[in-house]
Design a protein around this ligand. Sequence first.
Ligand SMILES: *Cc1c(COP(=O)(O)O)cnc(C)c1O
Ligand code: SF4
Length: 447
Amino acid sequence: MKMYNYELKPLGSGEEHICYKAYTLNNFRDLPQMELLSDEAKFAMEVVANVFPFKTNSYVVDELIDWNNFQNDPIFALTFPQREMLKPQHFDHMAAALVGGASSDDIRKTANRIRAELNPHPAGQMESNIPELNGERLNGLQHKYNQTVLFFPVRGQTCHAYCSFCFRWPQFVGIDELRFAMRETEQLIEYIRIHPEVTDVLITGGDPMVMKTKRLSAYVDALLESNLDNLTTIRIGTKALSFWPYRFLTDNDSDELLALFKKVVDSGKHLAIMAHFSHPRELETNAAKEAIARILKTGAQIRTQSPLLSHINDSADVWADMWNRQVALGCIPYYMFVARNTGAHQYFSVPLVKAHSIYKEAMKKVSGIARTARGPIMSSNPGKIQVLGTNKDASEEVLALQFLQARNPDWISQPFFAKYDDKALWIDELKPAFGADQFFFQNKNEK
Ligand SMILES: *Cc1c(COP(=O)(O)O)cnc(C)c1O
Ligand code: SF4
C-alpha cells in the first residue's frame, strides 16, 4: 500500500486504532500552514472556535486543502472556523472576553450566552421521536419515520473532524447531553421485533466509524444473530470517506471492518453506507478512491448525501462534478439537503429558490444514473420537505413542495404550494399560497 501517505502510527489515548493527528482550538496554531495566516486571522479563528466546535486532522490538512489558495478553498471553509460564522455583535462580544483575559469560566459563559441565541434545538429533534419500550424511554434511539429507526451508539457520537456547519454542534460543544446508547442492543432488538413496520436500522452519530470495529461489530452481530425477519437493511451514516478514508485502509482494524461489512451482506441483509460528501475534492484522493473500492468489494452499497452550503458547494457545476465522480466510483447519489436553521446558518444558508435552481441545473448536467439524488430537502419537524420548483403560470407565483418523509405518512408525495419568496431559507419563512392561512399539514395548535 505504498500509495498512501499514512503509515500505521498508533496515537494512544484510547483511540489507538486511529493514526492521524487531530487539531483543535488548543493546538491549531502548531500547524505549519498557520504561518500563511495573519495574526488577526488566527485570532478570528480562535474567537469563533470558542463558540462553535472545531476539530480537523492531518489528512484534511495535508491531502484535501489547497493551501496555495486557502482563502477560497472549500475544504478550508468546511473544517476551519470562519470569522463571518458569527454575527458581528457576537464576534465582538467573544473577542472582548478573550482580549480582556477573561477566565475560562467566563469565556464558557459568554460562549453559552451566544450559543443560546443560535437556535441550538431546531425541529425539536431532542425531545420528540424518542421511542419507548415497556414504558421506558430509549434515549439512544429515534423513531420518526415508520420504516427506519435511528440508533446512536454511545461511542460513535464524535467525528474524525467537525464540519463547520454541523447541525449537531450543540452536542460537540457540550450544551446537549450525548445521546446515551442503551445498555446493549437488547432493547433495540426488542423494539424492532415488536415493530414489524421497521425495515431499516440507521446507525448514526456523530460518526459511528470513529468506533473500533470490535465495538461496532458487537452491535451489528447482535442484530444479525437476532434473526429479525422484518429487518432488511442496515445503514451506517458516516463522513469517514471524506475525513479519514484510511479508516477502511490502514487503521489496525480496517480489515476486520471490511470483513464485518461482508458478513452483513453474506447474511442476506442490505448494507448501505450513507456517506456524507460535501465537495468533489473529497473524492479525488487515492485514499478515498481506494476506500470506496474496498467497501464496494464487500457487497455493501454506498449512498451519498450532503447539505448545499454557501462558501463550500453552492454551484451546479460542483454538484454535477460531485455526482458524476460518485457514480464513476460506484456510489449512488441520494439526498441534497438544505442547511438547517441552526448555528452559523446565516453564513452557510442558500435561499430555497436558489437551492432549487442549483439542483435543477446540476440535474441537467448528469445522466439518469446520477439523477437518483433528490433535493433540495429541508429535514424539518413535520418531515423531509423537498422543493419541487417554482411556477408562475398560476394566478399567483408559487413554490411547489412535497414531503419525502413525514411524521404522518399520509402527507408523503402530496404537492403543496407556498407563496414565491426568493429570500426564504426554511419552511417556517414560507407562507401558504392561494389564500390559505396555513399549510395542509399544520393544525391551528402548532406552528
Ligand atoms: C432522514 C431520516 C431518516 C431516513 O429517511 P430515508 O428517507 O429513508 O433515508 C430516518 N429518520 C430520520 C429522523 C431522518 O431524518
Ligand atoms: S460529519 Fe456530520 S455529525 Fe460530524 S461534524 Fe460533520 S455534519 Fe456534524
